[in-house]
Design a protein around this ligand. Structure first.
Ligand SMILES: Cc1ncc(COP(=O)(O)O)c(C=O)c1O
Length: 385
């Protein structure tokens, strides 16, 4: 029996995606591969809701963040990094590593970035860019990107969004919201193995790219776009061909479910997970209004270590959960509910969690978590939630 993978990425890869990935290797500079590439990148444009090209890179999500930064900025540029967790911190570090003058605003972990803070901070300096993590995977908080983009108003700062754990799990509309760079990766809500990252840039970001002098070669937008625009569409460097087979199928599954339906499923899974843990006496790190649709960080009960939950969940129940990161290490455990995750998976997780909590000597009302989550699923099915 496969382990039930409820870490916040990589996420479970459906059987049909795995089968697609097992296809024979092909020439990556051939018409059949060009067709796959066009279909996958077209799918990504649809998911990002953008008219701009989407550029693929053989890398993990962090590569896409590095591509975002290095392609539109120059050393010495003033950058405003808004961080409410480990991935916000990472985005800031990348910009600093390449010589940007970064001002980082730290929002308390577990809280969302207040949009009015953005408006106020932008007035203080001539920032060239604003770095925002859409879904902060380390805390289970989703930021209101629409409101943050609106708070930027007419300020010329480019808005660079880390959508690694949000795209296809949480609504995102790049063009309509005025996002300038969106970065994501294959192993989260796209339900594919790790290996491909994607970046899309607005017209303003492309204009900035032409002036941007941060060092880059592999990540260079122009090199990648030029290769894609050849009559035989291709990537400049050897792509992870098999992951593209997987992406083609993963995107078909997303289309078949319907994007809105898939987003609604993620919202429901988040609500059910939080209802379930609350009924067992546990607390979500994120406040309800900003609680993520993709991942839930749960405070560890007093005197309990992350390993005391994560290890028996894995060894006795076959369910993979994650511990905490950064300043939340040793304080939380995390349940991923993004990609190919369904109500039955959450119910199985809550049932196992109840047993683990009991075995640790905690008092948990019988079936409380499962019942609370099931009630939420029933209400959603009846259309009352
Ligand atoms: C919000 C966010 N940003 C960036 C990353 C980094 O992605 P990767 O580990 O693929 O480099 C992750 C991965 O968990 C993430 O959740």
């Amino acid at each position: 029996v496969d382990e039930l993978l409820l870490i916040p990425g990589p996420t479970p890869v459906p059987v049909s995606v795995r089968q697609a990935q097992a296809g024979p290797m092909m020439n990556h500079r051939s018409e059949p591969f060009a067709q796959i590439l066009r279909e996958v990148l077209g799918g990504l444009r649809w998911l990002c809701a953008t008219r701009q090209p989407v550029l693929p890179y053989a890398s993990s999500g962090t590569g896409a963040l590095e591509a975002a930064v290095t392609n539109v900025l120059s050393p010495g540029d003033r950058v405003l990094a808004l961080s409410c967790g480990a991935f916000g911190d990472r985005f800031a570090r990348i910009a600093r590593s390449y010589g940007a003058e970064v001002t980082k605003i730290d929002v308390e972990w577990g809280k969302a970035i207040p949009p009015d803070l953005v408006a106020h901070a932008l007035e203080q300096d001539e920032y060239r860019a604003l770095l925002v993590t859409h879904n902060e995977t380390s805390t289970g908080v989703q930021n209101d990107l629409t409101a943050i983009a609106a708070a930027r108003g007419n300020h010329p700062a480019l808005l660079l969004a880390d959508a690694v754990s949000s795209l296809a799990a949480i609504p995102l509309e790049m063009d309509a919201w005025g996002l300038d760079v969106v970065a994501t990766a294959s192993q989260k809500a796209l339900r594919c193995p790790p290996g491909v990252a994607f970046v899309a840039a607005s017209e303003r970001a492309w204009a900035a790219h032409r002036e941007a002098r941060m060092p880059r070669y592999y990540w260079d937008f122009t090199i990648t776009r030029d290769a894609l625009e050849q009559s035989l569409a291709q990537t400049p460097f050897t792509p992870p061909v098999s992951i593209f087979y997987a992406l083609q199928e993963g995107l078909r599954l997303i289309r078949n479910e319907g994007l809105q339906e898939g987003l609604a499923r993620h919202r429901m899974l988040g609500r059910a997970t939080r209802a379930g843990i609350a009924a067992m006496g546990l607390r979500s790190v994120a406040d309800e209004p900003c609680a993520s649709w993709a991942v839930t960080a749960v405070w560890l009960p007093d005197g309990v270590s992350a390993g005391q939950i994560v290890c028996p969940m894995r060894d006795q129940h076959g369910i993979a959960l994650a511990g905490g990161q950064g300043q939340l290490e040793g304080k939380v455990f995390r349940i991923g509910h993004l990609g190919s995750v369904y109500p039955a998976d959450i119910l199985r997780c809550l049932e196992a969690l109840e047993r683990v909590l009991r075995s640790l000597g905690l008092t948990v009302p019988e079936e409380a978590g499962v019942r609370a989550a099931q009630q939420l699923f029933d209400e959603e099915a009846a259309g009352v939630a």
